[in-house]
Design a protein around this ligand. Structure first.
Ligand code: G6P
Length: 344
């Protein structure tokens, strides 16, 4: 088993480190003609997914709507079957394993309504590939750790290619360099943030736009493997309730990078500081304002938004992983969880 972990203490860390390659390979695999046609013809896209895959779908929604103007709806597999929305246009099932019962049920509903369907999965020949009209295969390779890591970024590689296609290749350059930036953040020191999180009972993760989806995923990773209660929130929503929970014992991880929401994120962070919550901020290298107002600043490379989504996510994986290790959790096999959930 130790040799299969390739010298890493856990599969999860090995898989975190495999991400530059799995992202690159998934990108390199490209989009075949039939998938391309489906994607180009869609005037509306609905994604169905569960767990971490639901979060990649949500990232896609923010990117596709804001960058290419395609209306996108994201549904949880478990809700979709019983509360099916009116459907129009392409339905994409996103599933690492291709075997998640709730996602399969949702995909079948979409088929029954005669929608064109696409499966994005890591598993060739899996159930979703047999149901969907077309398949886009991620090239993450086998993922052993129960917590999804490299399959998450490989899903983003597939979904970002769809965004890029619909934007006439506008992000070719950004995407082709993404694996290098992912490689850079693997070396990021997160130990100060780990010390804070491993002592906490509750941690909030906040961001806006695609970083809201990244925050949800960061919180899920933290819960899954460290058992520290974590909540992902849209940064602007924290004042509508969770502010009541902020104390010096509840760290807030805030993702705040340059762009239209930078200013409002900075004011959100100041509001949280005023409630005495310690702030761990993920921002871009070279930012001089943010490090001044937060407790811990974790830099990611100053890149295109699409790449920031990836690098910020990887930092949050490292934070969850090292927090779980500090608390001596069973990182690869967290209690009560399964790699793939084949019951509804
Ligand atoms: C389980 C796993 C999660 C995963 C989810 C959806 O809950 O523990 O890591 O995100 O299933 O799995 P899928 O294979 O459909 O992406």
């Amino acid at each position: 088993e130790d040799t299969r972990k390739g010298g890493f203490p856990h599969y999860m860390l090995k898989e975190i480190y495999e991400q530059p390659q799995s992202f690159y390979e998934t990108l390199r695999a490209g989009v075949d003609e039939r998938v391309r046609n489906l994607v180009m013809e869609a005037d509306e896209i609905t994604l169905v997914a569960c767990g971490t895959s639901y979060h990649t779908a949500l990232v896609f929604k923010y990117l596709a709507e804001s960058l290419c103007g395609i209306p996108v709806r994201v549904e949880m597999g478990s809700e979709f079957k019983y509360f099916t929305p009116p459907l129009h246009g392409l339905v994409i099932a996103v599933s690492q394993s291709g075997e998640t019962a709730d996602t399969i049920a949702a995909l079948k509903m979409a088929k029954a309504r005669n929608c064109p369907t696409l499966a994005i999965t890591n598993m060739q020949g899996s159930t979703v590939t047999r149901i969907a009209d077309e398949t886009m295969l991620m090239r993450a390779g086998p993922e052993i750790g129960v917590a999804a890591t490299k399959s998450y970024t490989a899903q983003l590689a597939a979904l970002m290619q769809i965004v890029n296609l619909r934007c006439e290749g506008a992000f070719d350059d950004a995407l082709s360099h993404a694996h290098l930036a992912i490689g850079d953040v693997l070396l990021q020191d997160v130990h100060e943030a780990v010390t804070l999180c491993s002592k906490a009972k509750h941690v909030f993760f906040v961001g806006r736009g695609p970083f809201y989806a990244v925050a949800l995923e960061g919180a899920l990773k933290m819960k899954e493997i460290s058992y520290v209660h974590a909540e992902g929130y849209a940064a602007g929503e924290l004042k509508h309730g969770p502010f009541a929970l902020l104390t010096p014992e509840t760290p807030v991880v805030a993702i705040c990078t340059p762009g239209p929401t930078y200013g409002v994120m900075v004011s959100n962070i100041k509001e949280m500081k005023a409630r005495r919550a310690p702030i761990i901020a993920i921002g871009v290298a070279g930012d001089t304002e943010l490090p001044e107002i937060v407790d811990i600043f974790i830099p990611i490379p100053d890149t295109h938004l699409l790449v920031q989504v990836l690098t910020a996510s990887v930092v949050l994986q490292l934070l969850a992983y090292h927090t779980a290790c500090a608390l001596e959790r069973d990182v690869d096999k967290p209690r009560n969880l399964a790699k793939s959930v084949t019951v509804e």
